[in-house]
Design a binder for this molecule. Sequence first.
Ligand code: ADP
Ligand code: MG
Length: 252
Amino acid sequence: MSAKLLKMPETAKLYEGKAKILYNTDNPQILLTCYKDDATAFNAQKRGQIKGKGEINCTVSAALFTWLESLDIPTHYLDCPAPNQMRVKAVTIIPIEVVVRNIAAGSLCRQTGLPEGKVLPSPLVEFYLKNDELGDPLLTRDRLFLLDIVSPEQLAVIEEITLKINKHLQEFFTSCQITLVDFKLEFGLDSEQRILLADEISPDTCRLWDQTETDPQARVMDKDRFRKDLGQVESAYQQVQARVLARIKELI
Ligand code: ADP
Ligand code: MG
């Protein structure tokens, strides 16, 4: 853990997750999230560290949130007091992981037999329950309503924002010569029950393939390098950061 994290008083700690620590601030509407170098995969069965990941994921997320805000996507992002720290609007997280897939990979291939790399005819939006004990199961719409996780109206808003984000991010990453294969989003409700994009958008939560590489292993620029022990994890994350920040600078 970096020295910056240790400066925060333990009493302020609200929650420690696998990738970030949440701290309360003087303002109950604002939380401080500290991004860690800790890496986990397969529901935390595999654990390790990716040097510099905390700073990379925080700065990449901050840049993408800032840019999405400029395109009228409401996010929890406020600012970054340090490279691995982000101040965010406190929200009540809606306990679903919203996954968007443009190309078949990962569990979609394992569960359906679709070949990895198959371009999907249209983006596939899926909902997984955010529950480590249950192994984050894939939910149906009816199960979402049965569990009273969202109302049909809220789900419609989430789907609409999600597809807009996908369109923007696909275009954005293409301009960085990166293919956005799939990614995970989390949403939350603010004090006025508005739906905000929360959590992070980073190489931990996206599958990103380098368009300048043809080899199926060499092109991987995301957490799959860690999951599959492909090596050069740090340099892949650095490469994503360099390309994203350079492109964002041109856009805003
Ligand atoms: P996890 O181990 O559940 O993936 P992380 O370490 O990635 O957790 O993140 C810590 C927690 O912070 C997650 O449960 C995430 O949903 C939550 N979170 C993200 N953004 C906000 C926010 N704006 N307000 C409240 N909680 C948030
Ligand atoms: Mg997480």
